[in-house]
Design a protein. Structure first.
Lengths: 146, 111
């Protein structure tokens, strides 16, 4: 058990039910954290997209249809980067295991899946997954300072 | 998501505004499927009013594109801006779909 930090590195976090109806609140929380940290406007839709892609995975795979559970989004600004973490206690699911879409194929050969994780990888500066004590933990960052 | 339709030279010009995300993307699919069921095979989508698109939006675009191609028609886009333009480029959608700056441009590319 960790005691809550009280220094400046304390993470703000939001815990909500892991379902689609929570997406707006999660994106609003992330946007407000990013604004407070002075993130440039151009990065906001990228943060929003990455959150949507990763959260939709949690809703679908960590908590398959009808499984109740929560998801926690936390954010901290460290060394010029906005670092987010997503934690849930659902089934083990590592989005980095998903095959990314082959973006060089033409329309006939294009598969419908794999685009989300491809876009995530293109937009974040780092992305790691850990499964620790029955918890899926995803950490990703965006560089916001030059 | 809001839609407005116009017909021009055998194609449907579909003006879309709003967000194309995991919640709203099926609305785009439904709108286009209705056009296809109505006999339309060429759709030109005005994207100027779309400020956000995620993979769920791209998935709907791809499904509609495949359907139209199977009908011997096609799907083209114009007026993309900001992150929507960036996501189209990043995902390769700017290469698999005709994308123009203006309606005339997109129309010409649609053939």
């Amino acid at each position: 058990m960790h005691l809550q930090n009280s220094d400046s590195s304390e993470q703000d976090h939001l815990t909500v039910p892991a379902r689609m109806e929570s997406l707006d609140a999660l994106q609003a929380f992330a946007a407000s954290q990013a604004r407070q940290a002075g993130a440039p406007a151009a990065i906001m839709p990228k943060i929003e997209l990455v959150l949507e892609e990763l959260m939709v995975n949690v809703f679908h795979y960590a908590y398959p249809e009808g499984t109740p559970g929560d998801v926690t989004l936390a954010c901290v600004c460290l060394d010029g980067s906005l670092v987010f973490s997503i934690r849930d206690q659902g089934q083990a699911f590592n989005p980095l295991d998903i095959d990314t879409a082959d973006t060089s194929l033409d329309i006939d050969d294009r598969r419908v899946g794999g685009l989300g994780i491809y876009l995530v990888r293109e937009m974040v500066d780092s992305l790691t997954y850990e499964r620790v004590s029955q918890t899926n933990s995803l950490t990703f960052s965006f560089r916001i300072a030059a | 998501m809001d839609f407005r339709q116009n017909k021009q030279d055998g194609a449907v010009i579909l003006n879309v505004s709003g967000r194309m995300d995991a919640v709203t993307a099926p609305e785009f699919e439904k709108e286009c499927t209705a056009i296809i069921d109505d006999g339309g095979s060429k759709i030109c989508v005005e994207m100027g009013g779309v400020e956000y698109i995620s993979s769920a939006g791209l998935r709907s675009v791809l499904l509609v594109g495949k359907k139209l191609k199977a009908q011997g028609g096609g799907l083209a886009f114009f007026g993309l801006s900001g992150m929507v333009s960036e996501v189209f480029k990043m995902s390769g959608f700017s290469s698999i779909f005709p994308v123009g700056d203006t309606l005339d441009d997109a129309f010409a590319k649609l053939g």
